[in-house]
Design a protein around this ligand. Sequence first.
Ligand SMILES: *Cc1c(COP(=O)(O)O)cnc(C)c1O
Length: 366
Amino acid sequence: MAVLGRQFELCRKEYEEAALRVLRSGWYILGKEGEAFEQEFARYVGRRYCIGVNSGLDALTLSVRALGIGEGDEVIVPANTYIASVLAVTANRAVPVFVEPDGYYGMDVDQMAQAVTEKTKAIMVVHLYGQAARMDAVMEIAARHGLRVIEDCAQSHGARFRGGMTGAFGDAGCFSFYPTKNLGAFGDAGAVVTDDARLADTLCKLRNYGSKVKYHNELLGVNSRLDEIQAALLRVKLRHLEELVREREAIAGRYLAGIRNPALLLPEIRAGANHVWHQFVVRTGQRDDFQEYLEGCGIKTMIHYPVPPHLAECYAYLGHHRGAYPIAEQYADEVLSLPMFNGMQDEEVDYVIESCNRWQGHQGVS
Ligand SMILES: *Cc1c(COP(=O)(O)O)cnc(C)c1O
């Protein structure tokens, strides 16, 4: 069975009841389920407002727009991230300014501070792979320069930094509920959380044609709503999120204790941060060889991500070349995500560990 099917099986009855309840209600967009999910998710993250949208990318793009960031403004973004974080900036015709990663795959905060110019309007933080970023340093830099902070929490549902929930630090916390995310829906879905009443109000308008009152269009909005079926299903999964995270932690714990191969660099946890293990990412100088070897063992792995955004074809216009962000480029060549999903059996985890330990890497990590 595909891995997402296993997660469905874990709470099948509750999901089926929720979906049927919506189908029978006769109300499918912007209704009670969406409102209830927004309240429950806002409470979970510890913020006043939650605005459901159609995807994580829309959560990010509309947040950048609602904060008034546009043409010519600079936004600091990680050089090592999924491209969606950067697309949200360029969709608003703002300019992404890339910052190299540190050893925990988050932004290097010293370089972040150096990247600030008089055009900088915001910092886009990504809690990559499920590990909380250094929010103390980020918020300090933002306060010093009067910058907005947008958190990309697409991979970090429930992750904390020094006890504070990711998504509760910045002006806006942006979540994706794409099916493979830790809090995944059964289709596309996303949300923004914030404490700022004006920002929440603007986002409510932007997601619904720029209007709050039907046919009174105040803003150049879009159609980006969280539908009732996804909201009802997310309410079920949210109730189980903590146990789903604990299951991932247990898998990661077994990997960390069991994998002993000097050619593989294991993920580390930053002091003060916790990790919800959206991905378990290892590194090796012979990544492609390692991936092929695992494939031969019947173990499917993924690369997050093979092309750093500054080298993506769509960003050729920015004029960055290979060598511009060498650490991000090195990570793109060396990272590999081991299997990590809810419903993964102990025997399967042990088999991945044994296979990793049997691999004869030659040069180790560079
Ligand atoms: C998945 C993801 C997104 C985009 O979410 P979608 O719901 O697929 O649009 C944005 N940022 C990061 C870091 C992601 O992993």
